[in-house]
Design a protein around this ligand. Structure first.
Ligand code: MG
Length: 173
């Protein structure tokens, strides 16, 4: 049985992952309407990944005999000044998510819950990737500046992103 403290922390994380999904879906809608179909696609894939993150935590909590509590998802922004603005918001948000994951990790260690700590290892690595990807796109968008052709090329590139079921969900069954 999982401890009430860790159960609460994981429930808060499930909510944060769904909020992330909502945020990226909102970004996807925004860039779709701005004519950046590739950037929109990138955020829609991100939306699916975040839902998968929530599901991984849900499955884990259930496997430990815990109780999943789905809380309301707070409102998300609906407008961004530019792709750079959106990716900077993405990085800032992912840094917050990383801090949340790290604090559950520390809690798991303090409570000697090594199963939870082990489960979080995948998320720790995932957060490194999330931050690296967002930072990489920020760097490229800064390089692009006001060059419309360069932005068009990046948009085309991001149109190719496809959703892959994250490993902890793909291997669940
Ligand atoms: Mg996530």
């Amino acid at each position: 049985m999982i401890s009430p403290k860790i159960q609460d922390a994981i429930n808060a994380q499930i909510n944060a992952e769904f909020w992330s999904a909502y945020l990226y879906l909102s970004m996807g809608m925004h860039f779709e309407s701005e004519g950046c179909a590739g950037i929109a696609n990138w955020f829609r894939v991100q939306f699916k990944e975040e839902q998968a993150h929530a599901e991984i935590f849900i499955n884990y909590l259930l496997s430990r005999g815990g109780k999943v509590e789905l809380k309301p998802i707070a409102e998300v922004p609906t407008k961004w000044k530019s792709p750079l603005d959106a990716f900077e918001a993405t990085l800032a948000h992912e840094e917050k998510v990383t801090a949340m994951i790290n604090s559950i990790y520390a809690l798991a260690e303090a409570e000697h819950d090594y199963a939870t700590r082990g489960k979080l290892d995948w998320f720790v690595a995932e957060q490194v990737e999330e931050e690296e990807t967002a930072q990489g796109l920020i760097d490229r968008l800064k390089m692009i500046g006001k060059d419309g052709l360069a932005l068009y090329m990046l948009d085309n590139e991001l149109a190719a992103r496809v959703y892959n079921v994250p490993a902890p969900l793909a291997t669940k069954e």
